[in-house]
Write a protein that binds this ligand. Structure first.
Ligand code: CP
Length: 303
């Protein structure tokens, strides 16, 4: 399968997903300089720790170089009124591949339509974050040994959570996945995702009692309430409604895993000790997997 750009999770098929997983495993063990002389440009209009730095680290580990605008909203010529299209046309003549994070849904698609080099969507508003979904699925595979025949509890801001949306699109590629969604009422999963899951025969339910469902699942995928995408009143009403605490973590099966795309705030109330010592708490290992899956993706798009 040939990909020119990676904009949305639906672009991947099962075979490509597993070949990326294998490549990521290989790259974790070896230090191949597969992308020597290639240049990655990271163009971020929204804040990021993991996505930008793991992509940059991935490129450097593969022997390539990086050029970057960490705050494109303030430090790129967008400030002077330059369009995203013109910015991308210019950057694609300086770099071999671009990772774009943008505050508007659909921005990565627009960028891809004018770019002469591959564009990777590093998150577009409340749209998608497909490389996060890929590393989430890779983490499930590594942690519990399978990505089929699983029950997943997805909790938090399911309306604005682009990682949730992208991961649901990936779940649609696999067999026998059941999803339980739990969200504050105004932040429930959108209809387009529900329709997609129905079309792809992924069983799902919308519920509201977190503790009741924790013992039933293999994966808990917690997410942050996205303060930046709502009014302060909406945020106050939604925050803290659902959280993982020392107490309710005990309800989780011994071999289940707690994932989170991070950063986490009020929805995770665990001590540092529990985060470090309870094997079920997997989100820091998950973030590390992002480095290897992004190495695999860069080499897939550029080799
Ligand atoms: N998960 C994620 O996208 O993290 P950053 O916003 O830090 O990149």
């Amino acid at each position: 399968m040939k990909l020119d750009h990676f904009i949305e999770s639906q672009q991947l098929n099962k075979q490509t997903i597993f070949s990326l997983f294998k490549k990521a495993e290989e790259l974790e063990k070896s230090n191949e300089r597969l992308l020597s002389k290639k240049i990655l440009a990271t163009l971020f209009y929204e804040p990021s720790t993991r996505t930008r730095l793991s992509f940059e680290s991935a490129m450097l580990k593969l022997g390539g170089d990086v050029i970057s605008t960490e705050n494109a909203k303030e430090f790129s010529s967008a400030v002077k009124g330059e369009s995203l299209e013109d910015t991308i046309r210019i950057i694609s003549s300086y770099a071999d591949i671009i990772v774009l994070r943008h505050f508007e849904e659909g921005a990565a698609k627009i960028a891809a339509s004018v770019s002469s080099v591959p564009v990777i969507n590093g998150g577009d508003g409340s749209g998608q974050h497909p490389t996060q979904a890929l590393l989430d699925l890779y983490s499930i595979w590594k942690e519990i040994g399978r990505v089929e025949n699983i029950t997943v509890l997805m909790v938090g801001d399911l309306k604005n959570g682009r990682t949730v949306r992208s991961l649901c699109y990936l779940f649609g590629k696999f067999e026998n996945i059941k999803i339980i969604f739990i969200a504050p009422k105004p932040l429930q999963i959108k209809d387009d995702i529900k329709e997609y899951l129905e079309r792809h025969k992924v069983e799902f339910e919308e519920k509201n009692e977190l503790d009741k469902h924790l013992p039933e699942v293999d994966i808990v995928y917690m997410t942050r309430i996205q303060k930046e995408r709502m009014t302060s009143e909406e945020y106050q009403n939604a925050k803290g409604l659902y959280s993982i605490t020392e107490e309710n973590l005990k309800l989780l099966k011994r071999d289940a895993r707690l994932l989170h795309p991070l950063p986490h705030v009020e929805e995770i109330e665990l001590s540092l000790k529990t985060e470090q010592e309870d094997r079920r708490v997997a989100y820091f290992r998950q973030a590390k997997n992002g480095l290897y899956i992004r190495m695999a993706l860069l080499s897939y798009l550029l080799e």
